[in-house]
Design a binder for this molecule. Structure first.
Ligand SMILES: NC(=O)c1ccc[n+]([C@@H]2O[C@H](COP(=O)([O-])OP(=O)(O)OC[C@H]3O[C@@H](n4cnc5c(N)ncnc54)[C@H](OP(=O)(O)O)[C@@H]3O)[C@@H](O)[C@H]2O)c1
Length: 340
């Protein structure tokens, strides 16, 4: 049985212009949703906050429909089944597949995945073993394709996607250089995640730092941030370099698109620049989990979570994500996790 008789939700009150502000969000009470036939009522335990949500609340035309004004903000949730009208789920089961910035959601059981807390902490289904991990895996295996001895540069290297991309590239024998914001993140990337080098994009001359850390040039760039970091990396590609266009989070609050790098060198150097969207590859989630879960269990694939307590703190945490204030996969804890 649900422990509350009311739901709590974060709604999109206003479309942000530039950097989102707390006033763009409204926090409201709402009736508990009733699960229909085939649905489960999921009590959220963790809500994932991800950079892509900035696009969803902007209203701009994209690969997915925007969140309507007055609607619950889009998001993925791990939680516990509070009531089930789906034969595959029972009350008390842990599952991935809850929807939105809210405490409870009624969602199709067919869209949920049961989680076994003895396999991995359930929160990992939103991070290292979830969408961000799959993103790193897909981008690297389909586009980056690092070879042993090549140099791979990863931006937002301490983050949910970047940490996995760098560790996987290193396991494939590449020399991996991470770029992150600040000394603490850089220390983590090098000392904990085991990258060969970590460079602080806030330090004086990123270009010179890249020259020193990548004496043989750059073969693969896993692009997560865009902006000044991209400007520094792009001229340093080797012939036949691959640029994995995963995201450009530093530009998500921009009101005008920035001029990109001059693409003449893409011809001269025969570069491959390819974007991708992980939702095209959901069918490979099982394949990825089969590889990554055993690695996580024995500590071969490390991860870090940045957990913020309470749904009401989601807007501030999300605003911080777009400024690099998170350190690791950003999650909102909606309630104490009984599986820990
Ligand atoms: N293509 C896809 O299907 C797909 C799927 C998931 C994610 N993504 C993209 O992958 C990237 C990383 O996502 P994530 O979930 O792993 O997030 P994350 O790296 O955990 O967090 C975002 C990080 O981006 C950096 N950042 C944020 N604002 C910045 C700014 N203004 N300037 C420079 N750096 C800034 C910060 O790291 P530093 O402090 O280290 O700079 C921040 O910690 C994003 O671009 C996201 O859109 C793409």
């Amino acid at each position: 049985m649900p422990e509350h008789n009311r739901n709590r939700q974060v709604l999109l009150k206003r479309r942000p212009v530039g950097q989102p502000a707390p006033e763009d969000f409204a926090i409201v009470e709402a009736p508990l949703p009733e699960p229909a036939d085939g649905q489960v009522l999921l009590r959220g335990l963790y809500l994932s906050l991800d950079p892509y949500m900035r696009g969803r609340i902007s209203g701009a035309k994209s690969y997915a429909r925007p969140v309507e004004l007055g609607a619950v903000i889009e998001g993925r949730v791990v939680g516990r089944v509070a009531a089930s009208r789906h034969p595959g789920f029972r009350e008390g089961d842990y599952a991935y597949g809850g929807y939105g910035w809210q405490l409870y959601s009624a969602v199709p059981g067919d869209d949920c995945m049961k989680l076994d807390p003895t396999e991995a902490p359930i929160s990992t289904a939103l991070g290292v073993l979830g969408m961000p991990g799959l993103t790193a895996y897909v981008g690297l295996s389909d586009i980056g394709k690092p070879q042993a001895g090549e140099t791979v540069v990863v931006s937002a290297a301490s983050g949910a996607v970047g940490a996995v991309a760098g560790q996987l590239a290193r396991r494939q024998g590449a020399r991996v250089v991470g770029i992150a914001g600040g000394a603490d993140k850089c220390r983590y990337v090098k000392d904990e995640l085991g990258f060969d080098a970590a460079l602080d994009h806030r330090a004086a001359d990123l270009g010179a730092a890249l020259d020193a850390a990548c004496p043989s040039g750059i073969d693969v760039y896993f692009e997560n941030v865009g902006g000044a970091v991209q400007q520094a990396v792009f001229p340093r590609f080797n012939d036949f370099g691959r640029m994995v266009m995963c995201g450009m989070v530093s530009e998500y609050n921009d009101q005008e698109p920035r001029p990109g790098p001059n693409l003449m060198s893409a011809v001269r150097k025969r570069l491959k620049i390819q974007g991708f969207i992980v939702s095209d590859q959901w069918r490979r989630w099982g394949e990825y989990r089969a590889i990554a879960a055993p690695m996580v269990r024995v500590g071969l694939l490390k991860y870090r979570e940045d957990v913020v307590d309470g749904l009401d703190n989601a807007p501030a945490a999300f605003i911080g994500l777009l400024q690099g204030r998170n350190f690791g996969k950003l999650l909102v804890r909606l309630a104490a996790d009984p599986s820990r």
